[in-house]
Write a protein that binds this ligand. Structure first.
Ligand code: FAD
Length: 509
């Protein structure tokens, strides 16, 4: 009797135990469905990259001798939803069993559980064999210790997986965290490495997607799509990163530059999140490069912390807080997103650049997402749920398990401080120190009020004043609250008035 094995679009791992043997009684099912293109408005490159990678994965499975059923978005028999297609395929293949890998998103997890309960055939869920922490482990971490900060979790992961340790279990280099050394601005050198990723002509697929009526936004770049479409390409990208970017990753991890939009970031999040690469192998290769002296320890540790620490940690927050986390709104912010979130058409140079890059590339690096777009959104009191839907749609690497905690928790502090120890906010001075946009901006970074004052300034102080009851006792905000307390009342009032004007005219900033 036949068994159907469902492979979701973010489960493109050819090393999954499923594929270690070829079985005539197993049919692998992949489907391009409107359910998945339409749950939020997506950037064109996100849809293209996932579909193109799914198609390549199906081809490679066939070449390896597996039986594959692939439903393209425009297939006549495609019923465009997961349950409807599964029921149809179970029937057509006279299948007696359905297997699926644990989905990473709550939405799909629930849908498949419910579907399983309603079936007469046996339905079995297996591990996706991707992450370094299981959902159950996270439930017990959070349960047993109350609140886990990322740093505590990260040290636990270093010890548990034996990463960057001395023989006696002490951290390599005598410290767990080299973050303080990783905060340099970038002033034009060392040069940003060339972008060596291949270009893919996926214009035929793009035509099919459009003709199928799928809505999207952003530049499709369909004749030169730069996202890796299979594991080999992802591995090449990892090697290029280790050789050219890793040595400088730590130093410029927090920098922002109009001249160098990628700086020394890896752009590996898409390959990791669709599971072409495993976090374990990326960490191992980066650690090896460090031990071989190809990159300084501060860079290696800084990079590994992102994957072994943050990536696993946010996933744990997601699974321990869902459902309901997506509705968190600790500050009660309700303002709609300004129109320029969809066009990049704002005069604020740093925001224009970060949103413009996101629209062009379906990617922006962490500091652009956090300290430019997220920072502005929090200071301006934008609705965190609307913002979550925007982040989920625009980035090629956006899957809810990783996007939601980053948006709701890290960037908007909308969970009241469950994930982050303080809101990531700043006025213009920080953006100027870490970036190079201010010199090209019509707004003046050094002015707090007035028609040409940088909007980040008044919004920053007004945010602190508005939320003093909640935030004033946070030790990490002690300094700005002292500064606020020292300001003359008249100055505080002027800042508040300026902030009111700004939020009343968001579309024209
Ligand atoms: P690098 O800087 O090269 O980092 C290496 C890897 O570390 C990344 O590929 C990623 O896998 C991991 N990583 C780094 N920071 C984080 C983090 N905070 N959380 C989880 N993993 C991390 N990341 C996503 O993968 N998908 C998202 O949808 C997403 N949405 C975000 C939304 C907001 C508001 C913010 C502030 C951050 C978001 N991030 C998201 C985290 C981070 O910005 C991206 O992982 C990173 O920019 C991807 O580019 P990169 O591969 O060049 O990363």
């Amino acid at each position: 009797m036949t068994c159907l094995r469902l492979v979701l679009g973010d489960q493109l791992n050819p090393n999954h135990p499923w594929f270690s043997e070829r079985r005539d009684d197993v049919v692998y099912v992949l489907m391009e469905i409107r359910q998945e293109t339409d749950y939020v408005l997506h950037h064109a490159q996100k849809i293209l990259a996932i579909f193109a990678a799914m198609r390549r994965f199906a081809e490679q499975l066939r070449e390896a001798g597996h039986r594959v059923c692939y439903l393209a978005i425009d297939d006549a028999g495609n019923r465009q939803s997961l349950p409807d297609n599964l029921s149809n395929l179970l029937h057509l293949n006279a299948a007696s069993r359905l297997e699926y890998q644990e989905p990473d998103e709550w939405r799909l997890d629930q849908q498949l559980r419910l579907y399983a309960e309603q079936q007469a055939v046996a339905v079995h869920c297996v591990d996706s064999a991707h992450f370094l922490t299981s959902r159950e482990e996270f439930a017990s971490f959070f349960g047993s210790r109350g609140r886990w900060t990322m740093e505590v979790f990260y040290r636990h992961m270093r010890k548990r997986h034996g990463v960057l340790l001395e023989y006696d279990g002490a951290p390599l280099g005598g410290r767990w965290n080299f973050d303080e050394e990783n905060r340099k601005p970038w002033r034009g050198g060392p040069p940003e490495p060339p972008d060596l990723r291949p270009r893919h002509d996926v214009s035929a697929l793009w035509r099919t997607i459009r003709e199928a009526g799928v809505a999207s936004f952003g530049d499709p770049n369909a004749d030169a799509l730069r996202w890796p479409l299979d594991r080999n390409e992802a591995l090449q990208q990892l090697q290029a990163f280790i050789t050219h970017s890793l040595p400088h990753f730590g130093d410029y991890q927090d920098a922002i530059s109009a001249q160098a939009p990628r700086l020394f970031h890896s752009l590996l999040s898409f390959a990791l999140n669709v599971k072409m690469l495993s976090p374990g192998e990326v960490i191992a290769q980066v650690e090896l490069a460090g031990r071989d002296g190809l990159a300084p320890l501060a860079a290696v540790e800084g990079f590994i912390r992102q994957i072994l620490g943050w990536r696993e940690y946010v996933r744990g927050v997601y699974w321990s807080q869902m459902p309901g986390y997506e509705r968190s709104n600790a500050f009660g912010h309700t303002r709609p997103l300004p129109e320029w979130f969809w066009t990049g058409n704002t005069r604020m140079a740093c925001v224009r650049s970060a949103i413009g890059l996101s629209l062009t590339n379906a990617h922006a690096h962490h500091i652009q997402r956090l300290m430019v777009i997220g920072n502005f959104s929090l200071l301006a009191g934008l609705d965190p749920h609307a913002l979550h839907r925007w982040y989920l749609g625009i980035y090629v690497d956006a899957f809810e398990w990783v996007e939601l905690p980053n948006t709701i928790g890290m960037s908007q502090f909308a969970d009241g401080g469950l994930l982050a120890t303080k809101p990531y906010i700043s006025a213009a001075a920080y953006l100027h120190r870490m970036g190079d946009h201010c010199s090209r901006c019509p707004y003046r970074r050094d002015q707090p009020t007035g028609p040409r004052a940088c909007p980040f300034n008044a919004l920053y102080w007004d945010f602190l004043a508005r939320h003093a009851v909640r935030l004033r006792h946070n030790p990490r905000l002690d300094m700005p609250y002292r500064q606020l307390a020292r300001m003359p009342d008249s100055h505080r009032q002027a800042l508040s008035q300026q902030a009111q004007q700004l939020v009343g005219n968001l579309n024209s900033l």
